[in-house]
Design a protein around this ligand. Structure first.
Ligand code: MG
Length: 400
């Protein structure tokens, strides 16, 4: 077979659901043969696009599409400094696109190329929240009626509602919350929902790293009677060492990782068995190539996968999640934020949720395409990010 080479790499920016998405298209020397990958870093979209078009395209143009591992290492080493979120997302876009191309050449869906299915459908968890206990319980019931068995519950936004906070004079703008009030309400929430809806569902919760380390231990212990499927992001990456102490004191399952970029942030948590679920954001770690290695590494230590699946992952990224979920023996659960009708129109072939499970389609590669003309009708907006400006009651900034 004659060599197929990379002809052009471009970034496609689109926001069909109001969230900036970055998709990479790798075009080849073979007419009509191209691949797509997710490079979505919603809050720094122009930097990722520049990384793709100004640095990776010239680096890879003319190279053989076959050797994905070598090209991944080349991209990773080329800027000398490694493991940053902008570079990793750009690398991910190209990496996923190369796997997509590989699948098209082999005429196999990605899950087949990676060894075949371990399961037919992918169980997902959905998000139920609300401003009061009855609304949240109703929202959980709605998902239960759709045969969703895993449901994340939150009272208010991350950190809970922040009514009636006594801020100091001159306190700056921001997203205010009170960690103590949030912890008390979260325990009440679990007591209420378990009491109303019983033991037949799996409940999850996301702390979003918004409480001090010692309070994560208090919360994990207090939630034990409610048998969580997992407690998510109890600690910021910078405070990961606290998991050693938490682990000795609580059997609430721990899921962590959506903020991780560097293998050094997760490797010791895995080989010391300090977590139960790894939930990295696949484009943030550099794509399918490192995610597949990470899943297999976790398998050796009895740790399951729960890849990050929010709205700021493109449908191409969701497809990559789902293909890995189908393959990995140690799959745990998939977060599912939902793919709107408009997103389905822009990204034909997006994974589909049906009766509690998500399915990939059986087309070669990732099985997903992009309607570029339609994508162009939803331009990205570059704006100052507000929700990450989180503050404690006295106005101190805290991790978002
Ligand atoms: Mg989360």
């Amino acid at each position: 077979m004659s060599k197929i080479t990379i002809r052009n790499i471009k970034a496609i920016l689109t926001a069909p659901a109001g969230i900036n998405l970055i998709v990479v298209k790798v075009e080849t020397s073979e007419p009509g043969l191209y691949g797509l990958g997710c490079a979505t870093f919603a809050y720094r979209e122009k930097l990722v696009a520049s990384m793709v078009e100004d640095y990776l395209d010239p680096l890879l143009k003319g190279r053989d599409v076959s050797n994905i591992e070598d090209l991944w290492q080349l991209m990773n080493n080329n800027s000398y400094w490694r493991n940053g979120p902008v570079t990793n997302n750009a690398i991910s876009g190209v990496d996923m696109a190369l796997w997509d191309i590989k699948g098209k050449l082999a005429n196999m869906p990605l899950y087949d190329l990676l060894g075949g299915k371990s399961r037919e459908g992918v169980a997902v968890y959905r998000h139920a929240d609300g401003r009061d206990l009855d609304t949240i319980t109703e929202n959980v019931q709605k998902f239960m009626d759709q045969n969703i068995r895993h449901i994340r519950i939150q009272w208010g936004g991350y950190g809970g509602d922040a009514k009636a906070l006594n801020k100091p004079a001159g306190a700056p703008d921001g997203v205010y919350y009170c960690p103590d009030q949030y912890i008390r309400n979260t325990i009440k929430l679990f007591e209420h929902v378990r009491g109303k809806l019983g033991d037949q569902i799996e409940l999850l919760h996301d702390v979003h790293e918004r409480i001090p380390p010692i309070d994560t231990i208090r919360l994990a212990k207090a939630l034990e009677p409610y048998r969580l499927f997992f407690l998510e992001d109890v600690l910021s990456p910078e405070q990961g060492d606290w998991l050693k102490i938490l682990r000795q004191q609580s059997c609430t399952p721990i899921a962590i990782g959506e903020l991780y970029n560097n293998p050094k942030e997760w490797d010791y948590l895995i080989y010391n068995r300090l977590i139960d679920f790894i939930r990295v954001h696949i484009s943030q770690i550099g794509g399918i190539t490192p995610a597949r290695k990470l899943a297999i590494f976790c398998e050796q230590f009895g740790i399951r996968t729960a890849w990050h699946g929010p709205g700021d992952v493109s449908p191409v990224g969701h497809a990559a999640n789902v293909h890995l979920d189908l393959v990995s023996h140690n799959f745990g659960i998939q977060e599912w934020a939902g793919i709107s009708e408009t997103l389905h129109e822009v990204f034909p072939g997006s994974p589909i949720l049906k009766d509690g499970y998500v399915y990939a389609n059986d087309k070669p590669g990732l099985g997903i395409d992009i309607n570029e003309e339609l994508a162009a009708k939803y331009p990205c907006q570059t704006r100052v990010t507000q929700w990450t400006q989180t503050r404690l009651p006295d106005g101190t900034l805290y991790t978002p």
